[in-house]
Design a binder for this molecule. Structure first.
Ligand code: SAM
Length: 394
């Protein structure tokens, strides 16, 4: 009698209540449907095989089966017997038993066992941190295939416990104004690092910070030679404990090797402001965090394809439309961002209108954009002293 019936997208599912279901994650599931649909169209991949490694009620897999044309086979896996019982009932009631197959396994074991067979897409939506699943996932996805990864341990990723973040993700998190972007970039570097161990590397298509979690959609490719470029996609972060400014130090720099007509990674030695142990702006000590992913978070052409393909039938269409439009405008090559309140707080000045500050930065000859990660965010290629001067003169 405690059975709950949930309708979302084209799926109608039942759960006894002791299997995980979070209605707030509808946005995450809608977006994943759209990304998978667009992935198959953009990269001309048909007969998709998908693994939902941590499926709970099976809702996500059932939606993928009913809402994505190119899908051929889905494995909806969970370690819990109760969850798999729910998944089986829901597969039958939704009439998708020709596509979705329930499976009860530890996801890590299942992915290791499928290293050779491989899937076009693997969805990881765990409680908290996904890191124990990454090693299997980067091996069990096809060349050019898609990983969809959620992390909900935002406190760890956003700098509340940097040592735990290092233990789990191999990166020291920092409590900065742009902690949501740090979280995305730490997750991406962690996936890249797992992929590199197997001669593989990632290409992010879309990276989202929403509500209480981050979610990344990345393609995985094979190519041991290209793994050498990884250091050029990573940076350490120097964060000032006084004025909250951040500076990035790349781990490697890509240089064109004209003779061979290919790229070489040169290792960068610390130069410029980074050799200082205090901030050049305000003379407070610096904290060092990272490494973080400092290459682009999204593939802009893919974002345009997502916008072209977005259907207003999705329950959270308006939010998806809004977020993707902001992402389409985000500056790609300026990692991290300022927030207006934090800037005003640091400088002890009144908070000026966001639009005015953005215009002033542009008038000074720099590029500026918002981000989907924070309402009052300012992403710019202007040096911090320029942003400060503009704020002070306001
Ligand atoms: N993806 C689901 C959705 O969209 O509704 C929610 C998944 S829920 C957050 C996480 C699930 O992972 C739980 O059902 C739990 O039983 C399962 N789980 C935890 N550890 C696991 C493991 N090692 N292998 C497989 N499943 C696991």
């Amino acid at each position: 009698k405690n059975v709950k019936v949930i309708e979302e997208g084209s799926a109608k599912i039942k759960t006894a209540g002791n299997v995980f279901y979070n209605p707030v994650q509808e946005f995450n599931r809608d977006l994943s449907v759209l990304v998978l649909q667009t992935f198959s169209k953009t990269f001309e991949r048909s007969n998709l095989s998908i693994l939902e490694a941590l499926s709970a009620t099976g809702l996500r897999s059932i939606r993928y089966a009913k809402e994505i044309e190119a899908v051929e086979k889905i494995v909806a896996n969970d370690i819990s017997i109760k969850a798999v019982q729910d998944i089986k009932v829901n597969i039958d009631e939704n009439g998708v038993s020709d596509i979705v197959q329930a499976n009860q396994s530890d996801a890590t074991m299942f992915m290791y066992e499928n290293r050779r067979k491989q899937f076009d897409a693997i969805d990881l939506d765990p409680y908290g941190c996904p890191s124990i699943f990454l090693d299997g996932a980067v091996q069990a996805v096809k060349d050019g295939g898609l990983l969809l990864v959620t992390a909900t341990d935002m406190a760890v990723l956003a700098g509340n416990s940097p040592e735990t973040c290092y233990a789990k993700y191999g990166s020291v998190s920092l409590k900065t104004r742009s902690c949501h972007e740090m979280a995305l970039r730490i997750l991406l570097q962690s996936i890249e690092s797992h992929a590199n161990r197997y001669g593989r590397y990632i290409q992010p298509l879309l990276s989202i910070s929403a509500d209480f979690y981050v979610r990344v959609f990345v393609r995985v490719f094979s190519g041991a030679q290209k793994c050498k470029y990884t250091t050029s996609k990573l940076s350490m972060v120097y964060h000032c404990t006084g004025c909250d400014s951040t500076n990035l130090q790349p781990l490697g720099i890509l240089k064109k090797n004209d003779k061979k007509n290919n790229h070489q990674v040169k290792f960068a030695l610390p130069t410029g402001p980074f050799t200082a142990s205090v901030c050049l702006n305000c003379k407070h000590p610096l904290h060092m965090g990272g490494p973080i992913w400092s290459a682009p978070l999204h593939d802009k052409e893919f974002i345009r394809n997502l916008l072209d393909g977005a259907s207003d039938k999705l329950g959270t269409f308006e939010r998806i439309w809004g977020v993707l439009n902001v992402i389409g405008e985000e500056l790609e090559d300026s990692p991290l961002y300022y927030t207006l309140e934090k800037l005003a707080g640091t400088l002890h000045c009144e908070t000026p209108p966001l639009l005015a500050i953005r215009s002033a930065i542009m008038n000074a000859g720099y590029r500026v954009s918002a981000t989907h990660m924070h309402k009052t965010s300012i992403k710019t290629d202007a040096p911090s002293n320029v942003v400060w001067d503009i704020m002070r003169c306001w």
